[in-house]
Ligand binder design. Structure first.
Ligand SMILES: [Fe+2]
Length: 265
C-alpha cells in the first residue's frame, strides 16, 4: 500500500460485488463515510480558506491547482485508487498501476435566476463525486440528476463526439427537465450528502447538476479512464472543466461544520 495512503479512512471497507450491482441496477452507488471526520474537516477547511472574504463565489480548480491539498491526497490515496481500479477491472477495462485521475474542485453560491440544468456525458468512464458543502436550507441545492439509460463505449471517438453533440444541447436538456419526461424516464434526482461519495459511469450515463439557488455548494469530482484518450477529438471534448479562479467579494461564512450542524449561509 502506498505511503501516501493518508486519506480515505482506514476503516473504509467496500464490497465490489455490491458496488457493481448497485451501479448496474440504480445507475450509481453511494458509499457512506469513506472519509473520517478529521479528513472531511481538512477538505472543508481548505475550501473555506479559498472562499474566505469572497462573495458571489464561483470557482473551478483543476490538476496542479490542487497540488499539496487534501484533494491531491485523495488522488494519491491507495485505498481510493484500488476502489476505482477494481470498478474499472470489473468493467473489463485494463488498468495500469500508475493510472491517472482528472480531478476538479468547484464551488459557487448559487444563482438567483433558475436555469435549465445541462445534461452531458463525461469524457471519462468513471466519475466519483465528493460533496464538500451542500446547502441545507434550500431544496434547490444542486441535486445530481442521472438518466438511467446507459450507453456503451463507442468504437470511435467520432461516434462519441457526434452523440455528445446530439445529446448535449439545450433542447435535449429542456425536454429532459420536463416533469412528465423525468417521470417516464425515471430520472434519478440524488440529494447529495456531505458524508457520502457517489460513483457512476459518467461516460455512459447522461447526467446534470440541478439548479442551486443559495448557499455555498462545493464538490470535488474525480474522473478516470478516457476511452478515447488517443483521439485528436479528445481535447475538443475535454472542455467541461475550465479553470476559474476564486473570485467575488466579501463572502461571509462560518466554521460551523465543525459542530456538524451548520453550513454556509
Ligand atoms: Fe459530468
Amino acid at each position: 500500500m502506498s505511503p501516501n495512503d493518508n486519506l480515505i479512512t482506514s476503516t473504509f471497507m467496500y464490497n465490489i460485488d455490491n458496488i457493481i450491482r448497485d451501479i448496474e441496477n440504480n445507475c450509481f452507488t453511494e458509499i457512506s463515510n469513506p472519509l473520517s471526520l478529521d479528513e472531511q474537516d481538512q477538505i472543508k477547511d481548505y475550501v473555506a480558506a479559498k472562499v474566505e472574504g469572497h462573495d458571489n463565489v464561483r470557482f473551478t480548480l483543476i490538476g496542479s491547482d490542487l497540488d499539496n491539498t487534501p484533494l491531491e491526497a485523495i488522488n494519491r490515496s491507495g485505498r481510493f485508487r484500488k476502489l476505482c481500479a477494481d470498478i474499472l477491472k470489473r468493467n473489463g477495462i485494463k488498468v495500469s498501476d500508475d493510472f491517472e485521475f482528472y480531478y476538479a474542485l468547484g464551488g459557487n453560491n448559487g444563482d438567483t435566476v433558475s436555469h435549465t440544468p445541462r445534461y452531458h456525458f463525461d469524457a471519462f468512464y468513471l466519475t466519483v463525486v465528493f460533496p464538500i458543502f451542500i446547502p441545507h436550507n434550500t431544496q434547490a441545492n444542486g441535486k445530481l440528476n442521472l438518466v438511467p439509460l446507459r450507453r456503451n463505449i463507442h468504437r470511435t471517438a467520432t461516434g462519441n463526439f457526434l452523440l455528445k453533440v446530439l445529446m448535449q444541447n439545450i433542447l435535449i436538456s429542456f425536454v429532459l427537465n420536463l416533469a412528465p419526461v423525468k417521470r417516464l424516464l425515471k430520472v434519478k434526482e440524488i440529494n447529495l450528502s456531505e458524508d457520502c461519495i457517489y460513483i457512476f459511469y459518467g461516460y455512459r450515463t447522461l447526467h446534470s447538476v440541478g439548479y442551486h439557488d443559495s448557499g455555498l455548494r462545493s464538490t470535488a469530482v474525480f474522473h478516470t479512464h478516457n476511452p478515447h484518450s488517443n483521439s485528436y477529438l479528445n481535447k475538443a471534448i475535454l472542455t467541461k472543466h475550465h479553470r476559474v479562479p476564486v473570485k467575488g467579494t466579501q463572502f461571509k461564512y462560518s466554521a460551523d461544520w465543525k459542530n456538524r450542524n451548520g453550513h454556509l449561509s
